[in-house]
Ligand binder design. Structure first.
Ligand code: IMP
Length: 415
């Protein structure tokens, strides 16, 4: 079975933990979009491990991690991440494959992203150079992992790119120019370190599928951050919806046999942009505190608010989600009543063009006081928790297959 896991909100739904949990039944765990902007947290042997670019399932010793051609790759962050992972498994490099088609994130991408975030153009990015790297990809001036091994041509393209970027840096942003020789030397060093892991993702994944192996496709961010179907322009620069799997790994569209969505039991968003159910008052602060809602990549406090069923309905429709995993339900303990948005005034459905203007229509659901973090069977869940899950299912039209009740791998209940 080949399964895609995608986020149904604005990212940070807890996909990392779910991928780590599911990966044990998969031979390959492949990322197909995004880059070091992602921050997937996994609890492993009692420690918190944060993944940015490596697929989260690789701590399972039978799972190979593939970073697909639809991703953008920051070699510095990737090598640090892999270095950290060798603490848990010294042989981990042998199970990580990096597509030669991946575009490289270069120091000028990061610098320009950082500078822009200090101007009126700011949207609250992670400042990892993601948008600028994708601009170069689609502007056909990007450098790819495979280019690192054609040294002469890499140097030529790099120098041309740096001369162009230096004009922008100096004339538009009044910043210092970058040195091409320093960047060239650095990337040649990265090239050596990356080389044993560089591969053709299109072959690895299709050969595995033809051999009847199981592939778990791991989405980063969430549907509302999709560059086309999210809350544009407050989005990331890649496609976060399930259709992105084929393009991001160079495999046919029918490769995805099932799509599972992940949604948090409430809503969060980091960075700027519309968020209809945002609560800037007491509820938002309580959720932030009890849910430890701070970005894993940037440490920024996340904006918080009630569950928005219309957002999840929209996201599930676009990605063809039939089942969802509801995370962080334990965080909602202690409230007398819990609000759920079921639509908006003047409209039942989400229109991402008009998100700024949408005023949610809420229903109130009875809350629960019990600490449910230790529950492992649906039979042990308090009736109000079961009722909350039922309300979410009814208003999203999606069955909840599992709930996640804490960061540990086993803190999950199959419903
Ligand atoms: P970028 O992807 O760094 O360009 O940031 C664009 C938008 O996507 C910003 O609002 C970020 O906060 C958001 N974003 C990017 N990656 C993630 C993620 O992994 N989780 C949540 N938000 C993200």
């Amino acid at each position: 079975m080949n399964l895609a896991i995608v986020g149904l909100q604005w990212g940070d739904e807890g996909k990392g933990k779910i991928v780590d949990y599911l990966a044990r039944s998969f031979d390959i765990n492949a990322r197909f979009q995004g880059g070091s902007n992602a921050g997937h947290t996994v609890r492993y042997e009692g420690e918190k491990v944060i993944f940015h670019q490596v697929p989260c399932g690789v701590l399972n010793r039978n799972t190979t991690g593939v970073i697909g051609g639809g991703c953008v790759l920051d070699p510095k962050i990737l090598l640090e991440e892999i270095g950290n992972l060798t603490k848990y498994d010294p042989a981990i490099r042998e199970r990580i494959k990096i597509s030669k088609f991946c575009h490289l994130i270069m120091p000028y991408h990061i610098l320009i992203d950082e500078i822009r975030e200090g101007t009126k153009q700011a949207i609250g990015t992670t400042k990892k150079g993601i948008g600028v790297a994708y601009e170069d990809k689609y502007g056909r001036t990007g450098l790819r992992v495979g280019d690192l091994y054609n040294i002469e041509s890499f140097e030529k393209k790099l120098c041309l790119n740096i001369s162009r970027k230096n004009l922008v840096l100096m004339d538009v942003y009044h910043a210092e120019p970058l040195s091409d020789s320093e960047i060239f030397d650095l990337y040649m060093k990265y090239a050596d370190e990356l080389k044993p892991m560089v591969a053709d993702d299109t072959r690895i994944v299709s050969q595995a599928m033809n051999a009847g192996k199981n592939v778990l496709f791991e989405g980063a961010q969430g549907a509302m951050l999709d560059v086309d179907y999210g809350t544009y322009p407050y989005v990331t620069s890649s496609h976060t919806v399930a259709s992105s799997v084929g393009i991001g790994l160079g495999i046919p569209p029918y490769s995805v046999e099932s799509v599972v969505g992940v949604a948090k039991a409430y809503t969060t968003r980091v960075g700027q942009g519309p968020f209809p159910t945002e609560d800037s008052g007491e509820l938002g602060s309580l959720l932030r505190e009890s849910g430890a809602e701070f970005g894993s990549t940037t440490g920024r406090p996340r904006r918080c608010g009630p569950f928005d069923a219309a957002v999840v309905r929209y996201a599930a429709r676009i990605s063809g989600v039939k089942e969802m995993i509801l995370t962080k339900l334990d965080v909602l303990a202690g409230f007398d009543k819990i609000r759920v948005a079921i639509g908006y005034e003047n409209s039942d459905e989400l229109d991402p063009f008009a998100t700024e203007l949408l005023v949610p229509r809420y229903i109130e659901v009875p809350g629960f006081k019990e600490d449910i973090s230790g529950v492992r069977s649906p039979d042990d869940l308090p009736s109000n928790v079961l009722n909350y899950i039922h309300v979410i299912e009814e208003n999203t039209g999606i069955r909840v297959s599992h709930i996640s009740l804490g960061p540990e791998r086993d803190a999950i209940v199959e419903m």
